[in-house]
Ligand binder design. Sequence first.
Ligand code: CP
Length: 292
Amino acid sequence: MKNLVSMKDLSVEQILAILKQAQAFREGAVSTLKNKYTMANLFFEPSTRTKMSFEMAERKLQLEVLPFDAGFSSTLKGETLYDTVKVLESIGLDALVIRHEQNNYFNELVGKVRPAIINGGDGTGNHPTQSLLDIFTIWQEFGGLKDKIVTIVGDIAHSRVARSNADALTRLGAKIHFVCPREWQAEFETTNSFDDVIEVSDVLMMLRVQHERHDGSISFSKEEYHQSYGLTLERESRMKEGSIIMHPAPFNRDVEIANELVECERSRIFKQMENGVYIRMAVIEMILKGRE
Ligand code: CP
C-alpha cells in the first residue's frame, strides 16, 4: 500500500492486517520503521479528532512532524493544492495527511507526486481512517463483523463516513441499514423509519447533521429532528442487549443523540477516538514500510 485515499484501496486482508497492527500498538508494540520520515498534516477543512490523532500517531511512531496551517499558507495567495504538495515534496516531506472540501481532490496527486497521500476526508466522498477506526471498535466489541447489523442514522447524503463504511462493512460481512429523512437520501437504499430497526441492530451509528454542506433550502428544527431521527432515551431503552452506540463526532447533544447517552454504558464514542490513534499508527507504518 503506497497511499490511502479510499476504503476501496484496501482488500479485506489488508483491513484485517491494519486491525491486528492497531491492536498490537494498543498493547504497547513499538514501530519497526527503519528510517526517520517526515510528515505534515494539511487540513483545509476544520478538524479536531482526525488532525490531532494523526499528529499523536506520528509522534508515537517517532516521526518528524512539520506544522502546516492552511489559514496561513500560500493557498490564500492562489497556490493550488497540487503546487502546495509539490513544494512539500521539494523540501523533503515523505507523507502527507490531507483533508479538503473537494471530493476526490487526491486524483490530481496520487501517482503524480512523491509523498504518500493519506486522505483525512474529502468533501462528501471518503474518510478511510474513520471507517477503519469504526471497524476496529466493532471488531473489538464483537470479535468480528460477520452478520452484525449496523444501522447508520442521519445526514447520509453529506456523510463521507457513511460512504466509506458502506463499502468496507459490507465486504466484511456486516448488514447495513441506512436511516435518514427523505431530503438526505443518498445512493443507498434507505428507510425513514428509525423505530423499525432499533431492536435488531448490534450497532447504532449516529451521524452529525452537516449544516455547513446544506444550501439552507430545508427548514430544520433541532427538537423535531431529535424526536424523529435522534437517539432518545426511549429509543436507547429498546436497543438489544449487548448492542452499542457509535458516532464519528463531533456530536450535537440533544440533536442526533440525547445528552445523557453520549457517555452512557453502551456508548463507544470516546473509545472510537482512542482507537483512532492506533489505527492511524498502523496505516502510516504500513504505507511507509511499503516505500522502504
Ligand atoms: N470524526 C472526525 O473526522 O472528526 P474531526 O472533524 O474533528 O476530525
